[in-house]
Ligand binder design. Structure first.
Ligand SMILES: [Zn+2]
Length: 124
């Protein structure tokens, strides 16, 4: 089924976009020091992009339509996990405005899920 892979494929396209956005917004000094221009990312973000795409390729849930970024993020190395979390926190809300298709992504579902969990925890 084509549709079963589309979420995964979408995410594969979105991850580099999110990291670029984050890099442009947060790594101005690094970019300047490395002479990074336009759509490129700094060395650190390039490494993160490669790592994220590698993990996505390796994801055992790739062919399962119920796969979720949530579990995938748990298989990141701790330092990479912190970085990707920062990227999602920064780029996630911005992506919803500029990339409506992003609203369908697993990443957004994860952010919403976490928000709901937090809201529910605060109610108690
Ligand atoms: Zn960067």
């Amino acid at each position: 089924m084509k549709n079963e892979l589309s979420a995964w494929e979408k995410e594969k396209k979105l991850i580099p976009v999110m990291i670029k956005k984050y890099c442009r917004g947060r790594h101005k000094q690094e970019r300047k020091a490395q002479g990074v221009k336009g759509g490129d990312t700094c060395a650190e973000c390039r490494e993160l992009t490669e790592y994220a795409l590698f993990r996505l390729e390796q994801c055992p849930f790739k062919v399962n339509k119920k796969f979720c970024s949530f579990c995938r993020i748990h298989c990141y190395k701790p330092d990479m996990r912190e970085k990707i979390k920062a990227v999602m926190k920064y780029s996630g809300p911005r992506m919803i405005a500029t990339h409506p298709i992003f609203a369908l992504s697993h990443v957004v579902q994860m952010i919403k899920y976490k928000k709901r969990l937090k809201a529910e925890a605060e109610k108690k």
